[in-house]
Design a protein around this ligand. Structure first.
Ligand code: SAH
Length: 397
């Protein structure tokens, strides 16, 4: 690529066009030889024969020079305002059943909602934005104004403390785009109140993507003894208690996170929660040695393989943990096991679970395959948008 141009219609060079036919919507700068792209802009993308491939978004500093956004009516290129207004309106309409004044919900899920590099999570009156593309970054003002106009938020926060921003030439920073500073906000799910810390909570403050698995745990929990491994601030533990669990043990290496779980349970008079601060690998081994058994084990670790190179080591970690987790299931018990490592593909995760179960003295059924909720849609052309895998296993004697 050479100097910048303002031409809004671009024809893919032959190599990029060939790669594009596989369906993936990203184009690397190396494959765009000879083409001059306008900088951090919307463009209309044509295949070499002139066939329309819809809108694209360019990134001047990234190795991924062009990301397709999907079809757009007519032949031209909308203004950023038109583009954002149309996509935000559609994304929010699609979440009508999940969105509400006390909701925790992902309103915009990047490419899957047609806006590469934009995530917007709603926590009641607080909106947290993540921007990982230069185009989105340049229009954060418009996005915040749109949210203010449609929702009157107490705060719109930009969480830009993400290492991937470097690849777009964007600084790591956190700043308020609109409203006043809100340190903590409560959301409600399955009749449980969760406290979300927008500035320093994991991700944008909460693991919104695990709603389907929390719902499953809630529905299985009546009378159950539950072990919540890698509990963070106890989102699964609280869902289990609200579902009628008899006792819940939450295990995490972060004492402040466990303290928040206890505080949330106490505030809602949910009884039966015990917490244990420590390395989950050791704790689960000790529990197994002591002969403890659980009706529900939740295993939701951090990603063990963040790159393709880490997959082999990551598989070992998942295998070891799942082996022990299966062995502390009571007869009829359920293991809800998750991996959020994109590089560990679903079939490989299931292979790991098979290996973990090979010498068990009982059978384990794969009862259900879950993933992120419908507010985190997976665009079929972008496998990266489907990263979370949850498997519900049941011990059968
Ligand atoms: N299940 C949680 C999210 C888990 S995030 C939820 O639904 O909200 C991963 C958690 O694992 C973090 O809280 C982190 O503190 C914890 N963690 C990471 N490595 C750990 C280890 N070896 N032992 C115990 N906890 C660990």
């Amino acid at each position: 690529m050479t100097a910048e141009s303002s031409e809004p219609i671009i024809a893919l060079p032959p190599r990029a066009a060939k790669i594009g036919r596989r369906g993936h919507p990203w184009f690397y700068a190396d494959d765009m030889e000879g083409l001059t792209l306008p900088k951090n802009a919307l463009v209309r993308v044509h295949a070499p024969g002139g066939r329309d491939l819809g809108l694209g978004m360019t990134s001047a500093r990234s190795k991924i020079a062009l990301r397709l956004c999907g079809p757009w009516p007519g032949e031209g290129v909308p203004t950023p305002q038109e583009f954002l207004d149309q996509h935000l309106t559609r994304a929010i309409a699609q979440r009508a059943g999940l969105n509400g004044p006390t909701a925790g919900v992902r309103l915009v899920h990047s490419e899957a909602d047609g806006i590469p590099g934009l995530v917007i999570d709603r926590y009641a009156s607080v909106f947290v934005v993540q921007s990982t593309s230069a185009f989105v970054e340049a229009h954060l003002g418009l996005i915040a104004a749109w949210l203010v106009e449609h929702f009157t938020p107490s705060m719109v926060l930009m969480r830009g403390d993400l290492p991937v921003r470097k690849r777009e030439g964007l600084p790591e920073e956190v700043r308020i785009l609109a409203g006043e500073k809100v340190e903590e906000v409560e959301i409600e799910e399955l009749g449980v109140r969760h406290t979300v810390r927008p500035f320093d909570g994991h991700k944008t403050g909460f693991y919104l993507d695990q709603r389907p698995a929390r719902t499953r745990v809630h529905s299985l929990a009546s009378g159950a003894r539950v072990l919540d491994l890698f509990s963070y601030q106890g989102a699964f533990s609280l869902a289990a208690l609200a579902g009628g669990a008899k006792e819940v043990l939450a295990v995490d290496q972060s004492q402040p996170a466990l303290d928040r779980a206890t505080a949330a349970a106490d505030a809602q008079k949910l009884v039966g929660l015990t917490t244990m601060c420590g390395n989950a690998f050791d704790v689960v081994r000790d529990l197994r040695s002591s002969g403890k058994q659980y009706d529900i084990v939740v295993l939701d670790p951090p990603p063990f393989c963040k790159t393709r190179r880490e997959v082999e080591g990551g598989k070992r970690g998942y295998r070891d943990l799942n082996r022990i987790a299966m062995r502390i299931l009571a007869p009829g018990g359920h293991l809800i096991t998750a991996s959020c490592s994109y590089h560990l593909r679903p079939e490989v995760f299931e292979e790991v679970l098979r290996q973990a179960s090979f010498d068990l003295p009982f059978r384990v059924f794969l009862e259900e395959r879950l993933g992120a909720g419908t507010d985190h849609p997976a665009w079929i052309r972008l496998p990266e948008s489907e990263y979370l895998k949850v498997r519900v296993l049941r011990r059968v004697d």
